[in-house]
Design a protein around this ligand. Sequence first.
Ligand code: SF4
Length: 439
Amino acid sequence: MKKVAFYTLGCKLNYSETSTIGRIFQERGFEKVEFTDTPDIYVINTCSVTDNADKKCRKIVKEAQKHSPNAFITILGCYAQLKPKEIAEIPGVDAVLGAAEKFQLVDILDGFTKKEKAEVYASPISEANTFHNSYSFGDRTRTFLKVQDGCDYSCSFCTIPLARGNSRSDTIENVVRSANEIAESGVKEIVLTGVNTGDFGLQDGERVETFFDLVKELDKVENIERFRISSIEPNLLKDEIMEFVAQSNRFMPHFHIPLQSGSNKILKLMRRRYQRELYADRVSKIKALMPHCCIGVDVIVGFPGETEEDFIETYNFINGLDVSYLHVFPYSERENTLAPEMPGKVSIKERNRRADMLRILSEKKKRYFYEQNIGKEFTVLFEDDVKDGIMEGWTENYVRVAAKYDPVLVNEMKHVRLTGINAAGLMEAEETYTEVLKH
Ligand code: SF4
């Protein structure tokens, strides 16, 4: 039995796809092993958003060769689609597969026999037009379920449409079937994942279903206790979705909404499809419906043309929003996008300074959000990671709760009262029935 090991860079979507490719290998009689377990084959799933994607890819290939010098090394994922030839030149790489080919790799690379030169199978991205169902499983307590892929937007900083192709989706029927399958394996929480998740419902360029239809149908899947919407564009977060989530017991009060900038001038240069007023309106509406809701924000700082005044406008805008945490990204040039050609380049040092300022603001926002939840009761789903005898779990509204490790708690839902924030910034809690979780 040949052994295969995986390495994933990047986002939840990549994790769900690596996991699915792993199951394809297992169905075909391969054994899935750890990276260090001298596998016969390595599959490295790359990301194009990661800074220094090339450097990281080389490093992982080197590590793989160290652990298993004769292994067949395959590279796939977004970076493989964007730069197949460059990757094929990396010493040790045996095959590179693009977006349209990655799920067929066991057939394409029949036998995984090393050749003199790396094999490249990467069709133009326009050929990546089918949807391949994927979900992560066995790696985490939560499962990331891919419901949508690709993106038809053209944000001027983003390379994802070039790496993943046009927007396309699974059908509601298939997603519900996958959710039931996942439930049978004992998973309690599903995170809905996509490139532009709110754009769910396009089949061959035609809108046949909507994200709201999907949410309503998934809400009926009885054996999944929690669904989380991983990220949704503000212009696609419709009132009906917020109102539905507010009354649902299965959809968690947690939204992650990319903002990217709090300056309308920069939003326009970024080619985003909303202005800051719409964003503020979405946040107010959510909070009016669900005061305890957690709201995460993505922000890019140092975009070309962003002056100090524009940045301060963003800072003040976010400071005034009732949001719970930020994911901050210093702007980073990507080939074949419009932004690098724009005037007003911001120095790397300045990008990092602005990012640091927003990261401090994020800590303050998070602290404030956590403090507002102290004394309240929630249900925590505990995960299976243990560090220094401490395990963690998440409340409905994404407050991270620490507890003394107890194997019985893994993948269990416990009703708790939040008692205070510890030195590590995690919430402590006591069970509202018998066990005291506070350590
Ligand atoms: S919405 Fe914009 S940032 Fe998001 S994937 Fe599409 S093009 Fe990229």
